[in-house]
Write a protein that binds this ligand. Sequence first.
Ligand code: ATP
Ligand code: MG
Length: 292
Amino acid sequence: MKKFNIKDYQITGSENFNPRNHPTKIKDFYEDKVDYEAILKSLQTEMDELQSIMYAHSKYGVLAVFQAMDAAGKDGTMKAVFQGVHPLGMSFYSFKRPSETELNHDYMWRCYKELPERGKMQIFNRSYYEEVLVVKVHPEILENYQKIPNELKGNDVWKKRYQDIKHFEDYLANNGIVVIKFFLNVSKEEQGNRLIERIEDITKNWKFEEGDIKERGFWNEYQKAYEEMINETSTEKNPWYVVPADDKKNMRLIVAKIIVEKLKELRMSYPEPDESRKLTLLGLIDTIKQQN
Ligand code: ATP
Ligand code: MG
């Protein structure tokens, strides 16, 4: 893989995030399909090894959050990036429109239940961030469906949500849960191409939803909501990663590389037994042999 710097994608809140400085397409990290597959494979292997160490180490957990416009490639990216990880070491959860039961709770309730155990990786397909994205773009959701008291639905509701989310992620970090947040940044034009492909290619028809076209009509509102959300919820401890998404292969390599780098930063290792434990274990070899 060509020279990679995680900082090129990282938003820490120290400077204003301006989407115009973050293109949806950049120079490829791979030469051709064969090269792409080789790089991805080696990142998958590395990620699997790091997750195994994390499991044995049993102190840290990882929460990877994916947010993006429709057809940006969330599903395909998750499939490619996590394919090599031991299936018992990870799980996925997709957040849909909240159910009646979920609406009867605070919005974090349904997310909290799905947080990772130490040693494991949990992947969120959408997340609590929908509360400052789709709900902000469609305030009628807050008005007509959400059950928080009317006096708490004022103009400062978004500011409060950003604050609460920041505190929540801080709390997770303080407990050893590493939050890695990805915004898969696709252009409107490329989104259009992919939606058309879902119509033209009958094997993709099942993926096509009329609702996605309606949401596409709110493109500018969503972009504004993403911009504000990223500016308000990026911190040194819990940065956002803005990943160019017009080329799927490139996007997958970048996401995989960021996860590998973040796991390496934790400097975990397999727990080593002390001398007396080593002697005890070696002694047990004879016991096992005698049992044969
Ligand atoms: P795909 O279309 O690839 O299967 P998806 O994530 O788009 O994946 P959908 O079932 O199409 O899944 O969409 C889920 C919908 O639920 C999105 O429109 C999203 O904005 C909406 N949603 C998620 N969380 C909330 C929320 N808290 N309040 C309102 N709507 C939400
Ligand atoms: Mg959808």
